[in-house]
Design a protein around this ligand. Structure first.
Ligand SMILES: *Cc1c(COP(=O)(O)O)cnc(C)c1O
Length: 398
């Protein structure tokens, strides 16, 4: 991938050489130095529900989870995850054999890829991709095969080209790595797109790993379709979820895997030697969070929707072409209407020019040119922060 600096290079092994330091470190440092508003990194600037915080305090005080919790996760949380999947999607998972708690979705991704991949295997992944995918595929000694999500001006969204997806699969393909709702494009893959993914997986006998950490952030009547609900997919899909984004506690690092017993058992084999266990008291709190009534999830979505609209309007006014996201808390923009074409150079100059930090999507691509004109802004920030940011961005065209 691109956009990485190389201070680690003298010691870093060849598998990880291209992943020296991420663009986030560079841009966050730039934000600090210039006093810019940081819409680069995607974490909320307010904490999640008070009662969930209190649940964590209670667990900690009551001595629940202060010592190593069980390897697969505390039973209360595994049960809550299974019940959540059943309540929302009608999927049935056995909490004892089909649910695994991890140190965030990040560890779930790492453990899954390290467990399932042989060196030389190919992984077909949607590009642009979440940055840890490429690094974990590399750590597993496998090769990534990107399928580029293409902007569709008519649909005003990034979409999956099903022919490109088919063509990417070879005899060496071991698994498909999917992410919906999709970071950074904000695309929510449609039932039609996902059905094609499922049919391909069945036809070519592939495993599918699906990162659904934004499952609760879908807007405008878009529907989140879990891949595991589609025909033939329950047995071949590893679904990854996380409390970080849904409950605005990204620092707690509570994530999970749901899959058939054989797959969960394989992932657990890798996971036990990464962290073994993590986040003890927070696991109890997340169990309570997952059982919150629908009103919580609805209010969370409504709040984020208002923020999306605020930032989208501001970016449009500032001269960006905006791909209004159907999901996640990111907006991908096209900077060409501003007379710019290099997102990386643009993001490097934006703090000086406007006092705002964003992330160049190119760093999430192997085909860097395909991502060059796109820039990502996060809107999981307080309304006043977003208002100030859009005010500042107006200076770009003033
Ligand atoms: C934030 C994010 C993750 C990581 O989730 P954690 O639970 O914080 O580890 C994984 N995938 C995507 C697409 C994300 O945006």
């Amino acid at each position: 991938m691109t956009g990485m600096t190389s201070t680690a290079r003298p010691f870093l092994n060849r598998r990880l050489a291209e992943f020296g330091t991420t663009v986030f470190a560079e841009m966050s440092a730039l934000a600090l130095r210039t006093g810019s508003i940081n819409l680069g990194q995607g974490f909320p600037d307010t904490d999640g529900p008070e009662e969930v915080r209190e649940a964590a305090v209670r667990a900690l005080r009551d001595g629940r989870g202060n010592q190593y919790p069980p390897g697969p996760g505390v039973p209360e949380l595994r049960t809550a995850i299974a019940e959540h999947q059943h309540r929302r999607y009608g999927l049935t998972f056995d909490p004892d054999t089909e649910v695994l708690v991890t140190a965030g979705a990040t560890e779930a991704i790492a453990a899954t890829l390290l467990a399932l991949l042989e060196p030389g295997d190919e992984v077909v992944a949607l590009e642009p991709y979440y940055d840890s995918y490429a690094a974990c595929i590399a750590m597993a000694g496998a090769a990534r095969v990107p399928v580029t999500l293409r902007p569709d001006p008519e649909q005003a969204r990034f979409r999956l080209d099903l022919d490109e997806l088919r063509d990417a699969v070879t005899d060496r393909t071991r698994l498909l790595l999917i992410n919906t709702p999709h970071n950074p494009t904000g695309t929510v893959l449609t039932r039609e797109e996902l059905t094609a993914v499922a049919e391909l997986a069945v036809e070519r006998d592939l495993l599918v790993v699906t990162d659904e950490v934004y499952e609760h952030l879908v807007f405008d009547g878009a529907e989140h379709v879990p891949l595991a609900t589609l025909p033939g997919m329950r047995e071949r899909t590893v679904t990854i979820g996380s409390a970080g984004k849904t409950f605005s506690f990204t620092g707690w690092k509570v994530g999970w895997v749901t899959a058939s017993p054989g797959l969960v058992s394989a992932v657990r084999s890798a996971k036990q030697f990464l962290t073994y266990v993590s986040s003890g008291p927070f696991q109890y709190a997340v169990a309570e969070a997952l059982a919150l009534p629908d009103t919580y999830f609805d209010a969370f979505r409504t709040d984020m929707l208002a923020k999306r609209d605020l930032l989208a309007a501001g970016l449009t006014e500032a001269g960006f072409a905006v791909y209004r996201p159907a999901g996640t808390y990111f907006i991908t923009t096209d900077i060409r209407p501003l007379g710019e074409s290099d997102g990386y150079a643009f993001c490097r100059s934006l703090p000086e020019r406007a006092g705002v930090v964003a992330i160049p999507n190119a760093v999430f691509y192997d085909h860097r040119e395909a991502g060059a004109p796109f820039v990502r802004f996060a809107f999981c920030k307080q309304k006043t922060v977003l208002e100030e940011a859009t005010e500042r961005l107006r200076s770009l065209t003033a």
